[in-house]
Design a protein around this ligand. Structure first.
Ligand SMILES: [Zn+2]
Length: 203
């Protein structure tokens, strides 16, 4: 069984305030007699369900094309948290022995296409605890691993220090907690600070 945990990309899908929304512009139209339909995309790199590259917040960090692929594919655990806002702590997550990839399911997955400004996010103590346990990837349904109002992004930097990667804006509605195989590969985009992913879980 496959769970598609990717948000649908439409022109009304919210992006971070001030960022470039997704737009599809037809260049050729079969309805107008052209031999094919051809479309040009305009978009932020942080579109819907996406991976952040280290270049997003580290001046000389890796472009998304050079992020470690093996982190985005392999065994993963889905854990639902009760917290709806504020920093997550180890207590919110529970046992993570043997977990390599952790996907955090919160009430944000139940918001349709709204852009939340309050949501659960990571904390440096949580990231250090996860790193110590061998977790390589952390994914959230929240739009950021840091607080909405954060300007120094301590959680992004803690992930970088530990060689971990993140996924944001997952869509985990109706996915039971448990262990799966995750596939969420970013595109090989040179010069880009992130990439949308098609994230799936296989049971
Ligand atoms: Zn991002």
């Amino acid at each position: 069984m496959i769970y598609d945990i990717t948000r649908r990309i439409t022109s009304s899908l919210p992006v971070w305030p001030g960022d470039t929304p997704y737009q599809v512009t037809p260049v050729m139209r079969m309805a107008d007699g052209d031999p094919v339909n051809l479309t040009t995309l305009t978009t932020t790199a942080h579109l819907g369900t996406h991976a952040d590259a280290y270049f997003h917040y580290v001046a000389a960090g890796a472009y998304v094309a050079d992020m470690p692929l093996e982190a985005y594919i392999g065994p993963a655990r889905v854990v639902t948290v009760a917290r709806v806002d504020g920093p997550l702590r180890p207590d919110d997550i529970g046992d993570i022995e043997g977990v390599e990839r952790l996907l955090i399911h919160s009430a944000v997955s139940d918001l349709a296409e709204e852009w939340p400004q309050q949501f659960p996010y990571l904390s440096v103590p949580l990231i250090e605890w996860l790193a110590g346990a061998g977790v390589r990837l952390v994914g959230l349904d929240s739009p950021s691993v840091d607080a909405f109002e954060s300007e120094d992004f301590p959680c992004h930097h803690a992930l970088y220090r530990h060689g971990m990667v993140n996924l944001e804006s997952l869509w985990l509605r109706d996915v039971p907690d448990g262990d799966y195989e995750l596939v969420a590969l970013p595109l090989k985009l040179d010069g880009a600070c992130g990439s949308p992913v098609r994230a799936i879980l296989r049971s």
